[in-house]
Design a protein around this ligand. Structure first.
Ligand code: UD1
Ligand code: PEP
Length: 426
């Protein structure tokens, strides 16, 4: 099965195209809902988005022409309220092109409160004015945004992207400290550099950006989706199987691959992808903490927990990125998994959530036989995890709300079928 461009890069690369004075070409774009949402938002702002010329758009090519960018009707943008987290990243590019932007209510997975205070502070620091209205947030500027010094209290991926997409065309130098350095951010920096930006990534999470007056277009192939790859790898462990993921790449998977090997999973890497397999004997339990890159990514946690229900002994998982990412374990318990969640920081260093009432640590006891059940998908990764559990379980399962899974997994029904699962859309 194949994995294409990363859900957490492609929509941002599409937004970056607004900054160009010429069209951009993005390849390896997956057919997922988050891409459709951004396509709709770009069209509302006058960016012409067309699919590539090859038959069936096999290469997943998008051409994005921003030469006629215009303000959109706030009511129209409101239609996209709750659809994804990407609308907030339109601010910098639209402030540069039009002097104003509007942020509707954001969507994304409900795995914590997900405030946007860092984003708004960043925009204010560049000189933008932020007005909170009943219908959303209006942001405007009367002149060119000014380069600034920003320090993030936590290495937020979105806020780092906010700084990058705003600083590249601001007047003067911007210095960001406490930056996130996820592979998707590095790929966004590569895209911006292709467009003409000057960005240096220094040691200790410091990024420096020299603002330029004009950016051109880019031609870029999106990096592969490391979360989808890890999801299928976890599915291979949970189902005692073997899955070859074409398009998976090793560098951004290194932390995951180490954990996969410690559990007992086997993998083989070739130039086209990675084959993941169950070793054929009992899996090992482990102690694991999610963290910002280069740590173990939070989005890998949910699928991996399902695999850990099949490992012998006690596994301890401490979630340090989101305060509320273990809700999906309720359904796993109903299916027979033995998982207990705790408010305390277990098995790792104390995190931001240690002194609060959030169940952000989990202990998984295995191996347990899972039974099919009726499941309602709570969020993107939780939903995929439930699918894996359903595949590993005895008997039939009914999974409701699968459209949430389309946000980040291209053609997952077709892929499950190709792996031999008996899946029917009711
Ligand atoms: C579309 C996309 O790329 N989503 C990814 C992105 O989300 P996203 O960019 O939303 O995640 P962040 O890195 O910003 O969030 C990390 C932490 O910072 C906090 N925070 C963030 C912003 C802010 O203004 N204030 C604040 O307190 C959040 O509540 C969270 O606890 O990175 C996350 C961390 O790798 C991933 O799980 C998501 O899949
Ligand atoms: C949390 C995720 O995404 P989003 O930020 O789009 O909700 C995810 O991809 O697991």
């Amino acid at each position: 099965m194949s994995v294409r461009g990363a859900k957490n890069l492609v929509p941002k690369a599409m937004v970056a195209a607004i900054l160009g004075s010429e069209p951009s070409v993005l390849r390896n774009v997956p057919a997922i809902r988050d891409v459709d949402v951004v396509r709709g938002l770009l069209s509302l702002h006058g960016v012409e988005v067309t699919s590539g010329p090859d038959a069936g758009n096999q290469d997943g090519e998008l051409v994005l022409d921003p030469r006629n960018v215009e303000s959109a009707h706030v009511a129209d943008i409101g239609m996209h309220a709750g659809s994804s987290r990407i609308p907030i990243l339109f601010c910098g590019p639209l402030l540069h092109r039009l002097g104003e932007a509007f942020i509707p209510d954001l969507g994304g997975c409900r795995i914590g409160d997900r405030p946007i205070n860092y984003h708004l502070d960043v925009l204010r620091s560049f000189g933008a004015v932020v007005d909170k209205l009943d219908s959303g947030i209006h942001i405007h500027t009367s002149g060119r945004l000014q380069g600034t010094k920003v320090k993030l209290p936590y290495p937020s991926v979105g806020a780092t992207e906010q700084v990058l997409l705003t600083a590249v065309c601001a007047e003067g130098v911007t210095e960001l400290s406490g930056a996130a350095i996820e592979p998707e951010i590095m790929d966004l920096i590569a895209i911006l550099q292709k467009m003409g930006a000057i960005i240096s990534v220094d040691t200790d999470r410091v990024i420096r950006i020299d603002g330029v007056e004009r950016l051109g277009g880019y031609v870029h192939r999106a990096l592969s989706d490391r979360i989808e790859t890890a999801s299928w790898a976890s599915a291979a462990l949970a189902t005692n199987g073997e899955i070859y993921v074409r398009g998976a790449t090793q560098p951004e998977m290194m932390t995951f691959l180490n954990v996969f090997r410690r559990i007992g999973g086997e993998f083989e890497i070739d130039e086209n992808g990675i084959k993941f397999s169950h070793p054929g004997y009992d899996l090992n339990s482990l102690v694991l903490e999610t963290d910002v890159h280069p740590g173990f990514m939070t989005d890998w946690q949910q699928p991996l927990v399902v695999a850990l229900t099949q490992a012998g002994g006690l596994s301890i998982i401490h979630e340090t990125v989101y305060e509320n990412r273990f809700g999906f374990t309720d359904a796993l318990r109903d299916m027979g998994a033995v998982i207990q969640v705790y408010r305390e920081c277990l098995g790792g260093t104390p995190c931001r959530f240690g002194q609060s009432n959030f169940n952000h640590s989990a202990v998984v006891s295995g191996p347990t036989k899972l039974q099919g059940g009726s499941i309602v998908v709570p969020d993107l990764r939780g939903g995929f995890s439930h699918l894996i559990a359903a595949l590993a379980a005895d008997g039939e399962s009914k999974v409701e709300g699968i459209e949430l899974i389309n946000r980040g997994y291209e053609n997952f029904m077709g892929k499950l079928g190709a792996l031999g699962a008996d899946v029917t859309l009711v």
